[in-house]
Design a protein around this ligand. Structure first.
Ligand code: AMP
Length: 401
């Protein structure tokens, strides 16, 4: 049983073909610069070299056609026919309040995804283009939409409401939605497996720390709070995003620098966070090297990030009335022991104690099984590699078969 996972951006299309028998990746790739000059498809079949295909891919229809042809290619392909793809799972960023779960795509679901474009004007239209192109190419293949927001729809109202006039929620849907839901759900399930306990018995804090970062409180398997909000700008400072700031800063800066809404939005999304603070880079690898060399404000940026992660861990432990397990995942969470050590440092008062050696070497030591806490730590602390594509494929399989 083979499931194709598609993540369509406005000018890119990422895909993975997964064999659900053993959950292995048969092929994966990314077609970039759709509709632009010199589009490029990078395709990697299982166990093979990455190949590059140049072509004229004017839109998502041309892109998906090329992807399917490449998957069936005599030399680099892994399929004999398109019919071997039994289902397609699509990543969709925003499901609003319409979707608390993944959904089999039909006309009604498409209408609901379109109705949520307003909430994610940069992302949902691209996701829709990807779905429509696939439906055109594979009209008889079942498709499923898996939403970044769905996992967080279990948040109680006290966690998702902003204290602004209620009308903003009723008329315009202004509330906390949360994002990275597929990743938070995947790592929470995986953590419960590692610990050998039912997910429904655990209080877990999942820290998805990557270019975009968010933290979630997962209480007995349900998301009860998360740091991203109405948009993915809220919460932790990120690579180039500010995270939460005093909202009055916006009008103050707009007045001082004579900025438009669009300009101030761009500054908060593209010029802030680690890049804005450090003046060096948005990438943690660069920041750690620069900090060692004492360059710029790299250490300050790292300190601010680590401090905010720590604050969310404390806050969510309080929100859930305790915590059994903390999970670190995504680019930074998986690869940066310094962040994990700082965020969990001096937290013995709530039962969190890291083992330095395990923390430094966990990725190369299978015997640790992801565990980086000390033996006498009350709270388990795990490093879990996220796999949003696999989660999308699993949800697709569950719904279709
Ligand atoms: P993601 O968005 O999950 O792909 O994470 C991307 C971020 O993770 C990058 O911007 C880096 O800051 C960080 N990252 C990725 N790999 C490493 C690594 N090996 N060491 C330190 N940071 C890393």
């Amino acid at each position: 049983m083979k499931v194709l996972v598609v993540n369509a951006g406005s000018s890119s299309l990422k895909y993975q073909l997964i064999n659900m028998k053993d959950e292995s990746v048969l092929a994966k790739g990314n077609l970039e610069r759709i509709g632009m000059a010199e589009p490029l498809l990078k395709h990697t079949p299982q166990g093979g070299e990455t190949i590059e295909i140049h072509g004229d891919f004017a839109d998502h229809n041309a892109a998906i056609k090329q992807v399917i042809e490449t998957l069936m290619d005599n030399e680099h392909g892994v399929l004999d026919s398109m019919e071997e793809i039994r289902a397609v799972g699509h990543r969709v960023v925003h499901g609003g309040e319409d979707f608390a779960n993944s959904a089999i795509i039909n006309d009604e679901v498409m209408e609901a995804i379109k109705a949520n474009v307003e909430l994610a004007p940069l992302h949902n239209p691209a996701n829709i283009m990807g779905i429509e192109a696939c439906r055109k190419m594979m009209p008889n293949t079942p498709m499923v939409a898996v939403f970044d927001t769905a996992f967080h729809q279990t948040m109680p109202q006290k966690a998702f409401m902003y204290a602004i006039p209620y009308e903003a929620y009723e008329r315009f849907g202004v509330r906390r939605y949360g994002f990275h839901g597929t990743s938070h759900k995947y790592v929470a399930i995986k953590a419960a497996n590692i610990l050998g306990k039912p997910l429904e018995s655990l209080k877990i804090i999942t820290c998805h720390l990557g270019n975009g970062s968010s933290i979630a409180a997962v209480d007995h398997g349900k998301s009860v709070d998360t740091s991203m909000g109405f948009t993915p700008l809220e919460g932790l400072p990120m690579g180039t995003r500010s995270g939460s700031i005093d909202p009055a800063i916006l009008s103050y800066m707009m007045e001082k620098k004579n900025l438009s809404c669009e300009e101030v939005n761009s500054i908060l999304n593209k010029e802030s966070g680690m890049l804005g603070l450090s003046g060096i880079s948005s990438d943690f690898r660069d920041l750690h090297s620069a900090a060692v060399e004492g360059k710029g404000r790299a250490q300050l940026a790292l300190d601010v990030f680590n401090y905010e992660v720590k604050k969310y861990i404390g806050a969510y432990a309080a929100a859930m009335g305790g915590v059994d397990c903390i999970v670190f995942t995504a680019g930074i969470g998986e690869n940066t022991p310094e962040v994990r050590a700082a965020a969990c440092g001096d937290m013995e008062f709530i039962g969190i104690k890291i083992d330095d050696e395990r923390n430094r070497t966990v990725r190369n030591r299978p015997e640790y099984n992801g565990e980086i806490n000390a033996d006498d730590s009350k709270v388990k602390v795990l490093v879990v590699l996220t796999n949003e594509e696999l989660m999308i494929a699993r949800e697709t399989l569950d719904l279709v078969f």
